[in-house]
Design a protein around this ligand. Structure first.
Ligand code: AHR
Length: 312
């Protein structure tokens, strides 16, 4: 990473407008769309020239975008990596060009000297908060769980699964009976839930749904209703993100709990980059955002109203 003369050269750049490339995954969820909106807003407020690239869920598009940012000689790169593996070569190229990379919301398996910092939540912890909520809620009753996983190979899908499994590990009454990817989308969440319902006695054998994001939960809630069951009562629903629509579902009694993931990853990322480019201040390798649990007891209608307009 930058030292001495290179750091000084960069600090001169920020006297003018900074140019920062942002390789975004796509727009698979309400949370992702909000992250994009907030990143653009934060850049505009700071006078940053943001070069935005939407990868439409494809890692090869993200690699091409990062290479193009390097070729253009941007001052820094934000990367929300769709999957965890396969980044070494392109991160090396950015490093060789002395362009700092900040990871947003998802992690990579590469060595941490290939990026400046990562802004995100503790994804394993999020899964374990969701799992602990279920442990406490079913209080020893038998509970057969179906799981909607996020995008295969993505760090949130891997870590949220791990965290949930850790939380239920010592509770033999809770068992994950079906688990499949819903790709973090509402439509796939609905489709996969339909197949779970069919396979589980029309849903009668399912006690709870754990979805790795709220959008899949919202799709699944629709499937549960269409199957003639009451989501939130016949089948408990716990998920992650805290997007406005899950609060509407909670207000209607159709979802039970969600774990918040802030979509404002760019604010801390730009702050870290500014400090680094101004005087070489090295940020922590991981800038952690909060993971707060919300349930039906936490004024879901108020939370919906509060969030609407905050980038969502
Ligand atoms: O990486 C964060 C996850 O990606 C969010 O939980 C999900 O909604 C998104 O698509």
């Amino acid at each position: 990473l930058l030292t001495g003369a290179a750091a000084l050269a960069i600090s001169t750049t920020i006297a003018g407008a900074q140019t920062i490339g942002f390789s975004q995954i796509g727009s698979e969820s309400g949370w992702r769309a909000a992250e994009t909106t907030l990143t653009k807003q934060q850049a505009e407020e700071r006078g940053i020239d943001l070069k935005f690239s939407d990868a439409q869920q494809k890692q090869e598009n993200q690699i091409a975008a990062v290479r193009s940012f390097v070729a253009q000689g941007v001052d820094a790169i934000l990367l929300a990596p769709v999957v965890a593996t396969g980044w070494d070569a392109v991160l090396e190229e950015a490093k060789e060009a002395e362009i700092p990379v900040v990871l947003l919301d998802r992690q990579v398996d590469s060595s941490d000297d290939l990026y400046l910092t990562a802004v995100g939540s503790d994804l394993v912890h999020e899964g374990s908060v969701a799992g602990q909520w279920l442990v406490d809620t079913v209080a020893g009753e038998e509970c057969r769980v179906v799981e909607l996983q996020g995008t295969t190979g993505s760090s949130p899908a891997i870590d949220r699964k791990t965290g949930f499994e850790q939380a239920i590990a010592d509770h033999g009454n809770i068992e994950i009976v079906r688990s499949q990817t819903g790709d973090f989308t509402r439509s796939r969440g609905k489709e996969v839930m339909e197949s779970f319902l069919q396979a589980e006695n029309g849903g009668a054998d399912i006690c709870a749904l754990y979805a790795h994001n709220d959008d899949m939960a919202v799709g699944a809630i629709q499937a549960i209703k269409e199957a003639g069951l009451k989501p939130g009562e016949d089948i408990l629903v716990v998920s992650i993100d805290a997007v406005p629509d899950i609060f509407l579902a909670m207000a209607a009694g159709e979802a039970n709990a969600t774990v918040e993931l802030t979509p404002n990853m760019a604010g801390p990322a730009f702050d870290a980059l500014k400090a680094y480019m101004t005087d070489g201040t090295m940020p922590e390798k991981f800038i952690q955002t909060e993971s707060k649990l919300y349930t039906q007891a936490d004024d879901p209608q108020g939370e919906y109203d509060r969030r609407k307009g905050l980038g969502y």
